[in-house]
Design a protein around this ligand. Structure first.
Ligand code: AMP
Ligand code: MG
Length: 335
C-alpha cells in the first residue's frame, strides 16, 4: 500500500479515506494517532494489523463535540460532565460504560469505552468531516509513540493510507486515562492532565498500582495496555536516582562510545559522552514533549546504553516516570 503524505489543509482528503474505511495518521496535541472510523468495526480491525497491536488492547475514541458522546456511552455521570467541562479539548481520556453502537474491536471485548476530545484543530476538523475516530498512537506496537509526522512515516510507511503532517505534538506523551466506570475513580495512565488537577476537580482519585509498578504475574490489568511492553527503544535504558553531582559522577565514570545520556539543560558541557538535552531539570512539560523524540534519537545514533534521570512522581513528572520506567524495563539504579 502506498502511504500518502497530506498537509494540514488536506482534511477533506483525510476524512474521505476514513469514511471509506481506511487508516489515516492524524496529529493530536498528545502524540500522533492512527485513526479509523470508530463505528466501523472492520476499519478499526485494520489498526491492530497495521500496528501489530494485540486485539484485546482497547482503543480511545476521539470526538470533536460533546454531543458525539451520546452515541458512545450508556451513562454520562456528573463527574464526567465536570471533567469534560474543565479539561476537554485536551489530554484527558475518560472511561465510561459503553453503548451498543461501539464495536467490539474498539472496546477489546470490555463493557466500557475510552473517550477523549482532543484540542488539536486538525484532528477536530477530520472528526467533524468524518466520524468519531478510534485512534491509538501511530507507532508500531511496543516502540515509542510518534510526536511528529516523520516518526509515523518511519514506523508506518506502506502500512496505512495516509499521514497528515501537523508539526510537532505539544504535550508529547499520551493522554491521562481515568476510569469513571469504577468508584472511586481510578487513574489508569498519567499524562498531561495531572492527578492533582483531577482531584481538585472531582475529589478522590485512586492511582492504579500498575501506573508505577510492574504487574505481578497472574494479576489482571485494569487497563489492558498496561500488561504490554511499551515505549521501548532498542537501546538499554537505565534510570538513575540521585542528586546532580552523583548523577554526573556516575555517567562520567560509566560513559563509553555507545552510551548516551538524556541530560538536563543545566548539565550542558559537564557530561563526557553524547548528550540528548531533554529540558531544564524543573521543567517536566518540556521533558515530556521531548521524551519520545529523545528515545528515537538514541536509536538513530545507534547507542546501546542510555542513562536518564529518574523523575519525581509529581505533576507531569508522574507521566514521565510511568513512560520511562517502562522504557527502562523497571530498572532503576539508586545512587
Ligand atoms: P493508546 O491509544 O495506544 O495510547 O492506548 C490507550 C490506552 O487506554 C491503553 O492502555 C488501553 O488499554 C487503555 N484503554 C482503552 N480503553 C479502555 C477501557 N475501556 N478500559 C480500560 N482501559 C482502556
Ligand atoms: Mg500507544
Amino acid at each position: 500500500m502506498k502511504t500518502v503524505m497530506l498537509t494540514a489543509e488536506q482534511t477533506d482528503e483525510a476524512a474521505a479515506i476514513i469514511r471509506n474505511g481506511g487508516l489515516v495518521a492524524v496529529p493530536t496535541e498528545t502524540v500522533y494517532g492512527l485513526a479509523a472510523d470508530a463505528l466501523n468495526g472492520k476499519a478499526v480491525a485494520k489498526i491492530f494489523q497495521a500496528k501489530g497491536r494485540p486485539m484485546d488492547n482497547p482503543l480511545i475514541v476521539h470526538i470533536a463535540e460533546l454531543s458525539q458522546i451520546d452515541m458512545l456511552v450508556s451513562e454520562f455521570p456528573e463527574k464526567a460532565r465536570i471533567l469534560a467541562e474543565k479539561f476537554w479539548g485536551g489530554p484527558l481520556t475518560v472511561i465510561l460504560p459503553k453503548s451498543d453502537q461501539v464495536p467490539v474491536e474498539v472496546s477489546g471485548g470490555l463493557d466500557t469505552v475510552a473517550v477523549r476530545m482532543p484540542s488539536n484543530p486538525i484532528a477536530r476538523e477530520v472528526i467533524l468531516k468524518s466520524s468519531p475516530l478510534a485512534a491509538p498512537s501511530a507507532n508500531l506496537s511496543g516502540s515509542p509513540s510518534p510526536t511528529n509526522a516523520k516518526h509515523v512515516f518511519d514506523d508506518m510507511n506502506g502500512r496505512i493510507d495516509a499521514i497528515i503532517d501537523g508539526g510537532e505534538s505539544d504535550v508529547g506523551v499520551e493522554s491521562t486515562v481515568i476510569s469513571l466506570a469504577v468508584n472511586p475513580p481510578r487513574l489508569l495512565r498519567p499524562g498531561g492532565i495531572t492527578v492533582e488537577q483531577l482531584r481538585e476537580a472531582i475529589g478522590e482519585v485512586v492511582i492504579d498500582d500498575a501506573v508505577i509498578n510492574p504487574l505481578r504475574s497472574g494479576e489482571k490489568a485494569a487497563s489492558p495496555g498496561m500488561k504490554y511492553k511499551h515505549y521501548s527503544p532498542k537501546a538499554n535504558v537505565i534510570l538513575l536516582k540521585g542528586n546532580g553531582d552523583l548523577f554526573l559522577r556516575y555517567v562520567n565514570s560509566h560513559s563509553g562510545e555507545n552510551t548516551a545520556v538524556l541530560s538536563y539543560e543545566e548539565e550542558n558541557g559537564k557530561i563526557l559522552c553524547e548528550c540528548i538535552n531533554i529540558g531544564r531539570s524543573d521543567d517536566y512539560k518540556t521533558q515530556a514533549r521531548r521524551l519520545f523524540t529523545s528515545l528515537r534519537k538514541a536509536d538513530e545514533g545507534g547507542f546501546q546504553t542510555v542513562y536518564a534521570h529518574c523523575p519525581e512522581k509529581q505533576g507531569v513528572g508522574l507521566a514521565l516516570y510511568n513512560r520511562m520506567i517502562r522504557a527502562a524495563g523497571f530498572e532503576v539504579i539508586e545512587l
